[in-house]
Design a protein around this ligand. Structure first.
Ligand SMILES: [Zn+2]
Length: 238
Protein backbone atom coordinates (compact mmCIF):
# COMPACT_ATOMS: atom_id res chain seq x y z
CA UNK A 1 0.00 0.00 0.00
CA UNK A 2 1.40 3.46 -0.90
CA UNK A 3 2.63 5.38 2.15
CA UNK A 4 0.11 8.19 1.69
CA UNK A 5 -2.86 5.78 1.51
CA UNK A 6 -1.59 3.98 4.61
CA UNK A 7 -1.30 7.30 6.44
CA UNK A 8 -4.86 8.22 5.41
CA UNK A 9 -6.17 4.85 6.61
CA UNK A 10 -4.35 5.15 9.94
CA UNK A 11 -5.74 8.66 10.44
CA UNK A 12 -9.23 7.40 9.65
CA UNK A 13 -8.94 4.52 12.12
CA UNK A 14 -7.56 6.75 14.86
CA UNK A 15 -10.28 9.34 14.41
CA UNK A 16 -13.17 6.83 14.49
CA UNK A 17 -14.94 7.42 17.80
CA UNK A 18 -14.74 4.54 20.27
CA UNK A 19 -18.47 4.90 20.85
CA UNK A 20 -19.12 3.52 17.36
CA UNK A 21 -19.88 0.18 19.02
CA UNK A 22 -23.51 -0.34 20.00
CA UNK A 23 -24.32 0.61 23.59
CA UNK A 24 -24.48 -2.28 26.07
CA UNK A 25 -27.28 -2.43 28.63
CA UNK A 26 -27.35 -4.87 31.56
CA UNK A 27 -30.92 -5.94 32.39
CA UNK A 28 -31.03 -7.37 35.91
CA UNK A 29 -33.74 -9.80 37.07
CA UNK A 30 -34.49 -8.68 40.64
CA UNK A 31 -34.26 -11.24 43.50
CA UNK A 32 -33.42 -14.95 43.24
CA UNK A 33 -35.07 -18.36 43.07
CA UNK A 34 -34.13 -18.96 46.71
CA UNK A 35 -35.22 -15.49 47.94
CA UNK A 36 -37.85 -14.52 45.35
CA UNK A 37 -39.01 -11.21 46.86
CA UNK A 38 -42.70 -10.44 47.37
CA UNK A 39 -45.59 -12.82 46.67
CA UNK A 40 -48.49 -11.65 44.49
CA UNK A 41 -52.15 -11.57 45.54
CA UNK A 42 -52.54 -14.96 43.83
CA UNK A 43 -49.34 -16.51 45.18
CA UNK A 44 -46.85 -15.98 42.33
CA UNK A 45 -43.29 -14.92 43.22
CA UNK A 46 -41.92 -11.49 42.35
CA UNK A 47 -38.88 -13.18 40.78
CA UNK A 48 -41.13 -14.84 38.17
CA UNK A 49 -42.72 -11.47 37.29
CA UNK A 50 -39.27 -9.84 37.13
CA UNK A 51 -37.85 -12.50 34.81
CA UNK A 52 -40.79 -12.32 32.37
CA UNK A 53 -40.50 -8.53 32.03
CA UNK A 54 -36.68 -8.44 31.98
CA UNK A 55 -36.63 -10.87 29.05
CA UNK A 56 -39.11 -8.68 27.15
CA UNK A 57 -37.05 -5.55 27.92
CA UNK A 58 -33.87 -7.26 26.65
CA UNK A 59 -35.66 -8.29 23.45
CA UNK A 60 -37.03 -4.77 22.92
CA UNK A 61 -33.55 -3.25 23.40
CA UNK A 62 -32.02 -5.70 20.92
CA UNK A 63 -34.74 -4.64 18.42
CA UNK A 64 -33.33 -1.11 18.72
CA UNK A 65 -29.76 -2.17 17.98
CA UNK A 66 -28.74 -2.04 21.66
CA UNK A 67 -26.73 -4.97 23.02
CA UNK A 68 -28.82 -6.15 25.98
CA UNK A 69 -27.38 -8.65 28.46
CA UNK A 70 -29.62 -10.36 31.01
CA UNK A 71 -28.22 -10.53 34.53
CA UNK A 72 -29.42 -13.27 36.92
CA UNK A 73 -31.80 -14.87 34.40
CA UNK A 74 -31.20 -18.22 36.14
CA UNK A 75 -32.07 -16.68 39.53
CA UNK A 76 -28.82 -17.84 41.13
CA UNK A 77 -26.84 -14.61 41.67
CA UNK A 78 -27.58 -13.94 45.33
CA UNK A 79 -24.95 -11.22 45.79
CA UNK A 80 -26.15 -7.78 44.67
CA UNK A 81 -22.51 -6.67 44.48
CA UNK A 82 -21.74 -9.38 41.93
CA UNK A 83 -24.55 -8.45 39.54
CA UNK A 84 -23.00 -5.38 37.85
CA UNK A 85 -19.69 -7.30 37.57
CA UNK A 86 -21.29 -9.91 35.30
CA UNK A 87 -21.50 -7.29 32.51
CA UNK A 88 -18.25 -5.33 33.03
CA UNK A 89 -18.54 -3.47 29.70
CA UNK A 90 -22.12 -2.28 30.26
CA UNK A 91 -22.97 1.39 29.63
CA UNK A 92 -26.16 1.30 31.64
CA UNK A 93 -27.59 -0.96 34.35
CA UNK A 94 -31.37 -1.52 34.68
CA UNK A 95 -32.79 -3.62 37.51
CA UNK A 96 -36.34 -4.96 37.03
CA UNK A 97 -38.62 -5.37 40.05
CA UNK A 98 -42.29 -5.49 41.02
CA UNK A 99 -43.71 -3.61 43.98
CA UNK A 100 -45.57 -4.78 47.08
CA UNK A 101 -47.01 -3.18 50.23
CA UNK A 102 -46.18 -3.50 53.92
CA UNK A 103 -47.42 -6.49 55.91
CA UNK A 104 -49.89 -4.40 57.96
CA UNK A 105 -51.60 -3.11 54.78
CA UNK A 106 -52.55 -6.62 53.61
CA UNK A 107 -55.98 -8.25 53.74
CA UNK A 108 -56.24 -12.05 53.84
CA UNK A 109 -58.25 -13.84 51.15
CA UNK A 110 -58.47 -17.29 49.60
CA UNK A 111 -57.50 -17.89 45.99
CA UNK A 112 -58.04 -21.33 44.44
CA UNK A 113 -58.22 -22.92 47.89
CA UNK A 114 -54.99 -21.30 49.13
CA UNK A 115 -54.69 -18.65 51.83
CA UNK A 116 -53.22 -15.50 50.21
CA UNK A 117 -53.17 -11.76 50.93
CA UNK A 118 -53.80 -8.63 48.88
CA UNK A 119 -54.06 -4.85 48.96
CA UNK A 120 -56.00 -2.95 46.31
CA UNK A 121 -54.91 0.43 47.72
CA UNK A 122 -52.04 1.16 45.30
CA UNK A 123 -51.26 0.33 41.68
CA UNK A 124 -48.76 1.58 39.13
CA UNK A 125 -45.07 1.76 38.29
CA UNK A 126 -42.25 3.84 39.81
CA UNK A 127 -38.51 4.36 39.30
CA UNK A 128 -35.51 4.74 41.61
CA UNK A 129 -32.02 6.23 41.29
CA UNK A 130 -29.20 6.65 43.81
CA UNK A 131 -27.14 9.74 44.70
CA UNK A 132 -24.34 7.28 45.60
CA UNK A 133 -24.14 5.99 42.02
CA UNK A 134 -21.02 7.37 40.25
CA UNK A 135 -23.31 9.02 37.65
CA UNK A 136 -26.46 10.19 39.48
CA UNK A 137 -27.35 12.80 36.86
CA UNK A 138 -27.15 10.39 33.94
CA UNK A 139 -29.07 7.83 36.01
CA UNK A 140 -31.82 10.38 36.60
CA UNK A 141 -31.90 11.36 32.92
CA UNK A 142 -32.51 7.72 31.99
CA UNK A 143 -35.11 7.13 34.71
CA UNK A 144 -36.98 10.29 33.67
CA UNK A 145 -36.86 9.25 30.00
CA UNK A 146 -38.32 5.81 30.85
CA UNK A 147 -41.01 7.29 33.11
CA UNK A 148 -41.97 9.95 30.57
CA UNK A 149 -42.29 7.41 27.78
CA UNK A 150 -44.44 5.04 29.86
CA UNK A 151 -46.80 7.83 30.91
CA UNK A 152 -47.08 9.02 27.32
CA UNK A 153 -48.12 5.46 26.42
CA UNK A 154 -50.88 5.56 29.05
CA UNK A 155 -49.21 3.61 31.88
CA UNK A 156 -50.30 5.13 35.19
CA UNK A 157 -47.58 5.53 37.87
CA UNK A 158 -48.02 5.19 41.64
CA UNK A 159 -47.54 7.83 44.33
CA UNK A 160 -47.25 5.14 47.01
CA UNK A 161 -43.46 5.34 47.34
CA UNK A 162 -43.54 9.10 48.04
CA UNK A 163 -44.41 8.10 51.59
CA UNK A 164 -40.83 6.89 52.14
CA UNK A 165 -38.65 8.12 49.25
CA UNK A 166 -38.01 11.72 48.19
CA UNK A 167 -38.89 12.72 44.65
CA UNK A 168 -36.02 13.03 42.19
CA UNK A 169 -38.46 13.82 39.35
CA UNK A 170 -42.08 13.89 40.48
CA UNK A 171 -43.53 14.40 36.98
CA UNK A 172 -42.02 11.13 35.80
CA UNK A 173 -42.34 9.29 39.13
CA UNK A 174 -38.63 8.94 39.90
CA UNK A 175 -37.44 8.70 43.54
CA UNK A 176 -34.07 8.90 45.25
CA UNK A 177 -33.14 5.63 46.94
CA UNK A 178 -29.54 6.04 48.02
CA UNK A 179 -28.60 2.86 49.84
CA UNK A 180 -29.69 0.37 47.19
CA UNK A 181 -26.58 -1.75 46.61
CA UNK A 182 -27.51 -2.69 43.06
CA UNK A 183 -27.65 1.02 42.15
CA UNK A 184 -24.41 2.22 43.73
CA UNK A 185 -22.21 -0.85 43.21
CA UNK A 186 -22.07 -0.12 39.49
CA UNK A 187 -19.57 2.04 37.66
CA UNK A 188 -22.24 3.21 35.20
CA UNK A 189 -25.63 4.99 35.37
CA UNK A 190 -28.23 2.71 36.99
CA UNK A 191 -32.02 2.67 37.44
CA UNK A 192 -34.30 0.39 39.42
CA UNK A 193 -37.75 -0.04 37.87
CA UNK A 194 -40.81 -1.22 39.82
CA UNK A 195 -43.31 -2.33 37.16
CA UNK A 196 -46.42 -2.35 39.35
CA UNK A 197 -47.93 -3.62 42.58
CA UNK A 198 -48.37 -7.41 42.50
CA UNK A 199 -50.44 -7.40 45.72
CA UNK A 200 -53.13 -5.42 43.85
CA UNK A 201 -55.59 -7.99 42.49
CA UNK A 202 -56.45 -6.23 39.23
CA UNK A 203 -52.95 -4.96 38.52
CA UNK A 204 -51.49 -8.43 39.12
CA UNK A 205 -53.56 -9.73 36.19
CA UNK A 206 -52.39 -6.85 33.96
CA UNK A 207 -48.77 -7.51 34.94
CA UNK A 208 -49.15 -11.18 33.97
CA UNK A 209 -50.51 -10.36 30.50
CA UNK A 210 -47.73 -11.09 27.94
CA UNK A 211 -49.05 -8.49 25.44
CA UNK A 212 -48.99 -5.79 28.12
CA UNK A 213 -45.53 -6.90 29.24
CA UNK A 214 -44.31 -6.45 25.66
CA UNK A 215 -45.89 -3.00 25.43
CA UNK A 216 -44.35 -1.90 28.71
CA UNK A 217 -40.96 -3.35 27.69
CA UNK A 218 -41.18 -1.44 24.45
CA UNK A 219 -41.76 1.81 26.34
CA UNK A 220 -38.83 1.10 28.68
CA UNK A 221 -36.55 0.34 25.71
CA UNK A 222 -37.59 3.56 23.95
CA UNK A 223 -36.73 5.55 27.09
CA UNK A 224 -33.36 3.81 27.49
CA UNK A 225 -32.49 4.34 23.80
CA UNK A 226 -33.36 8.05 24.09
CA UNK A 227 -31.23 8.60 27.18
CA UNK A 228 -28.24 6.67 25.77
CA UNK A 229 -28.34 9.03 22.79
CA UNK A 230 -27.98 12.14 24.93
CA UNK A 231 -25.58 10.61 27.47
CA UNK A 232 -22.17 12.33 27.24
CA UNK A 233 -19.74 10.41 25.02
CA UNK A 234 -17.34 10.09 27.97
CA UNK A 235 -19.85 7.92 29.80
CA UNK A 236 -19.93 5.50 26.87
CA UNK A 237 -16.20 5.24 26.22
CA UNK A 238 -14.65 4.54 29.57
ZN1 LIG B 1 -38.10 -6.40 44.35
Amino acid sequence: MPRLALLALTTLLLSTPLAARPPIVAVDVGHTLAAPGATSARGRSEFDFNRDLAREVAAALINRGIAARLVNDDGRIASLRERPKTVPDADFFLSIHHDSVSEHELTPWTWQGEAQSYSDAYAGHSLFVSQDNPAPEASLTCASAIGARLQRMGFVPTEKNARRRAWADHANTVHWYDNLIVLYRTTVPAVLFEAGVIKHRDEELLLRDPARQRRMADGIATGVAACLQVMPLADLTR
